[in-house]
Design a protein around this ligand. Structure first.
Ligand code: ADP
Ligand code: MG
Ligand code: MG
Length: 476
């Protein structure tokens, strides 16, 4: 177990119960809140967003390494998004078998063919890592994935530091309490949105949050919205079906929704097949992509965040293609890569299949999906691969080394669960924000972090999937 809260405190059930009550109230006071799952579209009943009772230890050096590489990842994603040859090649085998990625790619192709109407690009992403435990007791930063669409919890993560500070203070750990880092991704994400809005250049135009049908996590968005309102930037919230009804382009391809001109479309939806409930949703995605509005992300940046692209980036020489004169940047990025393996048809993919079947417990099999709960682990890898190994269907997946973070004991606080100590694993996310106008990067920043922690019983799943909970790093 890594160094965390002393065991005697964790085992003092009277104290823990008292602290858990204090913690839940602190979460409500500080706005670490969610709507309840029974009524996701009403704020009449809200509860605390699930979180850990105590912050989790994170080694200082790897934390700073993750922050330092973020602006390079921003640039990398942006460069990929502009390289149609690379995207075509990297995703060719995937789109032949994966319908969702193919549909996104169709939109991409049709936008390229028509010619992009907007030269302003806004990227708000989150690069996620786990700390792989080395035999000598140190740990190394390994990227799990980068989310280029609808990366969430920047809002709530801005409020969790005060909750953990308070809990630690009540627990008599004042020194630890003072070491909880400030964090404000909401402000940084809003800064990117504001910059793009300003460059668009129309005071009356709005920032449109494109939101899901079920909006349990609305407060996470509201923190970003309110940062925009503070800057006198009007924001609206609409679903795909709302845009279906009232969205249109004028002759200059300006996007209007309910009669309001949209300067920026910020996608907090549209990242998984279930989000496209009808053909009309796809039509509307295309409409928005064709428009003059700044898209966050645009379709090419969305595709740059696929797991297949991640795997292709790990091939020798590929990072050099994007940073030909910057070996140090290449090195910094590559240092975070875990082993990633292609399942394309051919000898290389055959080797991957053989390796996965021989030692499935060393790997994760990933389809091109987002939102948690889609990956395949252990013996299930064999079942799935046995079924697809001879056919092109296998190219819908990539294979990745399984990362082993050191577990830490903690309590996960959630509305529907009893209070019990769990063996926990954490995942560190780093938020990136950038804006490009034509060839000029006018903003490129690392804007905060997110620590999520789950019980080690679960191999997969994020906060929205009901598995992980919000946390804070305590640098050690
Ligand atoms: P998604 O886009 O659905 O979030 P991820 O690649 O982030 O997909 O995988 C979901 C979860 O699965 C992660 O949050 C993490 O808990 C676990 N996971 C993914 N890849 C690995 C890995 N290589 N090693 C260990 N756990 C992993
Ligand atoms: Mg993801
Ligand atoms: Mg993830």
């Amino acid at each position: 177990m890594a160094q965390g809260i002393p065991e005697e405190m964790l085992m003092n059930t009277t104290l823990i119960k008292e602290l858990a009550d204090v913690a839940k109230d602190a979460a409500l006071i500080h706005g670490v809140v969610m709507r309840i799952k029974e009524t996701p579209n009403s704020s009449e009943l809200v509860t605390y967003a699930p979180f850990t009772l105590f912050p989790s230890p994170v080694p200082k050096a790897v934390f700073h390494q993750a922050l330092a590489v973020q602006t390079h990842f921003n640039l990398l994603v942006d460069k990929i998004s502009q390289d149609s040859g690379f995207l075509e090649e990297a995703l060719a085998s995937t789109i032949a078998v994966d319908d969702f990625t193919r549909r996104l790619f169709d939109i991409y192709r049709s936008v390229l063919k028509e010619g992009r109407s907007q030269s302003i690009v806004l990227g708000l992403n989150r690069s996620d890592y786990m700390l792989d435990q080395r035999e000598d007791g140190t740990s190394s930063l390994k990227q799990i994935e980068i989310n280029t669409i609808a990366a969430s919890f920047g809002g709530l993560a801005s409020r969790t530091p005060d909750v953990h500070r308070h809990i630690l203070q009540v627990a008599g750990r004042l020194e630890d309490s003072q070491r909880i880092l400030d964090n404000n991704p909401a402000a940084g994400l809003a800064k990117g949105l504001a910059k793009a809005w300003k460059l668009y250049g129309s005071e009356r135009a709005v920032v449109m949050f494109l939101v899901e049908e079920g909006q349990r996590n609305i407060f996470d968005h509201r923190y970003v919205e309110n940062e925009l309102w503070k800057r006198k930037i009007p924001t609206i919230r609409r679903r795909f079906q709302d845009v279906c009804k009232t969205g249109s382009l004028d002759q200059d391809k300006r996007l209007f929704v309910d009669g309001q001109e949209v300067a920026v479309v910020y996608f907090r939806d549209g990242y998984m097949p279930q989000n496209y409930i009808s053909e009309q949703s796809w039509d509307v995605r295309l409409l928005m992509e064709r428009s003059l509005a700044v898209k966050c992300p645009d379709i090419s940046t969305h595709l740059a965040g696929t797991k297949k692209v991640q795997q292709e980036l790990a091939r020798p020489g590929v990072l050099e293609r994007f940073f030909p004169d910057q070996p140090q940047v290449v090195e910094q990025i590559r240092a975070t890569f875990a082993g990633l393996y292609t399942l394309d048809m051919g000898p290389e993919g055959d080797k991957t299949v053989a390796m996965a079947l021989a030692t499935p417990d060393n790997f994760v099999l990933k389809p091109q999906r987002e939102g948690g709960g889609n990956n395949i682990y252990g013996s299930e890898i064999c079942q799935v691969l046995e079924g697809v190994k001879e056919s092109t269907e296998r190219t819908a997946y990539i294979l990745m080394d399984l990362i082993h973070p050191s577990p830490v004991h903690n309590y996960l606080l959630r509305r529907d669960a009893s209070l019990q100590v769990s063996k926990c694993l954490s995942e560190l996310g780093v938020f990136g924000a950038y804006v490009r106008q034509g060839k000029d990067m006018v903003m490129n920043e690392c804007v905060g972090h997110l620590l999520r922690t789950k019980s080690s019983e679960h191999s997969d799943g994020g906060v929205a999937a009901g598995v992980a909970v919000l946390d804070n790093p305590l640098l050690v």
